[in-house]
Design a protein around this ligand. Structure first.
Ligand SMILES: [Zn+2]
Length: 376
């Protein structure tokens, strides 16, 4: 339908879109869910297992990797793809968000942020220029602009001030990124839940010009209703012919609602983190495998799921290994959760292609409303 240099939109259904982002390391089918590989690993998963779930791209965290093992060391060892044995595309965040949420003793100035490492207290600086350098050293395929965002709720003055600083940093990020064929730079829209600030931010980013655009500053405590209200207008303010990425989202129903509103890419630690705490996500909603109701249950977590956890193991086994604190517990549940998320994305891509997204969405909610299967 629409063709830009690397992003092709194949079909739309209402405001939902499906397409493909071409990169030298492979195609990313959209809408895409990106598993999070914080410290150069998706916790509890081998890279080939992550690929087997259907993931086309991973997310890496600049903040964590710059502190340990450092971007320079990863570059000396051949870059992040080789270091972690993942040959498909990698998107890295800019570090900005995690500096704000994880580090101690931050100092924010026009130039950037200085902070102390949460690991050893050592002092570091992140600026738009340094963030671009780190993401280049890592060899990231999709690089994110360095930005800043306030936790919500925040007053309008604070939101505007922060958004305008992020737009100045976006321009410095673009200058520092330079011309790197085969690599993409995404701008990040800010402006809290305020439509006028979101519009101002979108216009500033479009004037600079990016390969893709993220909706930033959401999923920071505002709740799903407020997030969806913002997504009713924010994606439409961004260019139609470039990928739109909603950062840090989310639960399955957040993802479905975001895709309906025109989002093409998402990432979240939820499926992998939940997998390590005994939480499974299925077509029927959330299942707590810790619950005693599973201890004699010979049935799979989800009889229709083709992941190894569901194909080869019972709920009773998954319950037992969680209780016994065996490592395979986190491995199996993470695999299942990532598999479920990727299956959900594929179902949405198919529904958009065939013009049946509304029916898909109704069925998605109906099955979740029924809840988990009855106990044995
Ligand atoms: Zn499964």
């Amino acid at each position: 339908m629409t063709v830009s240099s690397f992003f092709t939109l194949h079909a739309t259904d209402g405001t939902a879109r499906t397409g493909v982002i071409e990169t030298p390391r492979g195609a990313i089918r959209t809408p895409a869910f990106m598993p999070v590989g914080t410290a150069a690993t998706v916790k509890a998963m081998m890279p080939e297992s992550v690929a087997a779930t259907g993931a086309d791209i991973l997310l890496g965290n600049t903040y964590h990797l710059m502190l340990r093992p450092t971007a320079e060391r990863i570059a000396r060892l051949g870059g992040l793809h080789r270091f972690m044995n993942w040959s498909k595309p990698i998107l890295t965040d800019s570090g900005g968000f995690q500096v704000m949420s994880l580090s101690d003793l931050r100092k924010l100035t026009e130039k950037g942020v200085t902070f102390k490492s949460h690991i050893d207290g050592s002092k570091h600086e992140l600026t738009p220029e340094r963030s671009m350098e780190i993401q280049r050293l890592l060899g990231s395929d999709i690089v994110m602009c360095f930005d800043e965002c306030p936790a919500l709720p925040a007053d309008r003055d604070r939101i505007a001030e922060s958004m305008r600083l992020s737009m100045r940093w976006a321009e410095r990020s673009k200058d520092a990124f330079g011309d790197r064929p085969g690599h993409m730079l995404f701008g990040i829209q800010q402006g809290g839940l305020e439509q006028d600030f979101r519009e101002e931010s979108a216009e500033a980013l479009k004037a600079i010009g990016f390969d893709g655009y993220a909706v930033g500053g959401l999923a920071v405590g505002e709740g799903q209703a407020a997030m969806f209200q913002c997504l009713d207008f924010a994606p439409g303010q961004l260019p139609q012919d470039k990928p739109r990425y909603l950062m840090g989202v989310g639960k399955p129903d957040d993802i479905v609602g975001a895709v309906r509103r025109g989002i093409d890419m998402m990432d979240c630690v939820l499926p992998s983190r939940s997998g390590r705490t005994g939480q499974a996500w299925t077509r029927r909603g959330q299942v707590n495998i810790k619950n005693a109701r599973h201890q004699d249950d010979p049935r799979p977590l989800d009889e229709n799921c083709t992941c190894p956890a569901c194909r080869n193991y019972s709920r009773a086994y998954l319950h037992h290994v969680f209780r016994a604190q065996e490592m395979i517990s986190g491995m199996l549940l993470t695999w299942h959760n990532l598999h479920y998320y990727q299956e959900l994305m594929q179902a949405m891509r198919d529904a958009i292609s065939s013009g049946t997204f509304a029916a898909f969405e109704a069925q998605f909610h109906a099955l979740r409303a029924e809840g988990d299967i009855e106990p044995v």
